[in-house]
Write a protein that binds this ligand. Structure first.
Ligand code: ADP
Ligand code: MG
Length: 339
């Protein structure tokens, strides 16, 4: 017998969790992305103590079939891709099949789900990666995931967690952005019993901007819309008089996914150019749609970074569209500036 052995699944999941579950916000992100992928129209997010004590995400999506529920918690188990060619045209937010086993490896997780076709519900409880209950249940259609005591069995990671307010800040930031990305979904977000965000799911993005940034901000946003043969751009940008001290007010959404993109930020900044005071940044929500084949999302486990096939074209589409909106705004005074 040699010295090299393949790790057992529980240990492998715990190692993967180090990458996938960086902090409570990563759990919220993965669970909410699953809810969005399930075609939900309502997603309720409830957390306690910055998510370290308690995270619950309940949706009304298509659910997990009773016979599939244990499989969903296996490593690399996914219903979203099947072949390597699927990997080059990803239309869902998830595809790696890593989130559920990773989260379940470092917490006490309970999942109750009822799928849309059979209506049958099942409940599974997993603690530190080990199944402690797997039984029939009663539940309306959809999925209800509860994650308690995150990192209880990984003390080194737990020690690394910041103050509750910091963890809450990361979660809140993510929830705001996924709500901005999906105005058609009604999101509710509660922390320690307080409602921090509620969106209506009417599809009106300006309404979500008002819920996130306030109605005064929503009032000074300008719509932007443009397309070329590969990309479609839609969203809202702030008038140059509304600026912020950092780039956090810029939300880029690509095929329904909130991402961080230097290319998008730069194109936007280039368009405002001298209209902004030095070291000030606009507020913007930009949704970019494209054929999934033009996008590589398999860059990092968090799926926050993407690569565009035709980045230069995308940059000029954004820059030109934003420039046009801003120049129109300057030459034809709107009702506000004419007063
Ligand atoms: P991925 O999202 O990458 O497929 P996950 O580990 O996040 O991997 O989830 C595994 C599978 O469990 C998903 O592919 C999906 O079939 C199922 N699933 C998870 N959450 C939900 C949900 N909220 N509603 C319906 N199905 C879900
Ligand atoms: Mg997922």
């Amino acid at each position: 017998m040699g010295k090299i052995k393949v790790l057992d699944e529980q240990l492998a999941n715990q190692i993967a969790a180090g990458e996938v579950v960086e902090r409570p916000a990563s759990v919220v992100k993965e669970l909410v992305e699953n809810a969005v992928d399930a075609g939900s129209t309502t997603v309720d997010i409830t957390i306690e103590e910055g998510g370290l004590a308690f995270i619950r995400v309940a949706d009304n999506g298509y659910g997990i079939e009773a016979g599939d529920i244990a499989t969903a918690f296996q490593r690399h188990a996914t219903s979203k891709i099947a072949t390597s060619s699927d990997l080059f045209r990803i239309a869902s937010l998830g595809f790696r099949g890593e989130a559920l086993p990773s989260i379940a490896a470092v917490s006490r997780l309970e999942c109750v789900s009822a799928d849309s076709s059979s209506g049958l519900a099942r409940r599974i409880v997993i603690e530190g990666g080990a199944i402690t209950a797997d039984e029939p249940a009663n539940s309306p259609q959809g999925t209800d995931m509860t994650v308690k005591d995150l990192f209880y069995n990984t003390p080194a990671r737990l020690k690394y967690m910041k103050a509750i307010q910091t963890e809450l800040g990361h979660i809140s930031d993510y929830v705001n952005r996924i709500a901005l990305a999906h105005p058609g979904i009604a999101f509710t977000f509660k922390h320690n019993g307080n409602v921090l965000l509620r969106t209506l799911g009417t599809g009106d993005r300006l309404q979500v901007i008002a819920a996130v940034y306030g109605s005064n901000t929503a009032k000074v946003m300008l719509p932007v819309e443009a397309e070329n043969s590969d990309y479609e751009l839609r969203g809202f940008i702030s008038k140059p008089e509304l600026t912020r001290a950092n780039r956090n007010g810029i939300t880029a959404i690509v095929n329904g996914r909130y991402i961080r993109s230097h290319a998008v930020n730069q194109a936007l900044m280039q368009a405002y150019h001298t209209l902004l005071p030095i070291n000030r940044y606009p507020l913007a929500v930009l949704e970019i749609g494209m054929h999934p084949g033009l996008l590589d999302v398999n860059v990092h486990p968090s799926k926050m970074e993407v690569r565009f096939s035709k980045e230069a074209d995308l940059r000029s589409l954004i820059e030109d569209a934003v420039k046009q909106v801003l120049s129109r705004q300057r030459h034809i005074p709107g009702p506000e500036s004419s007063r």
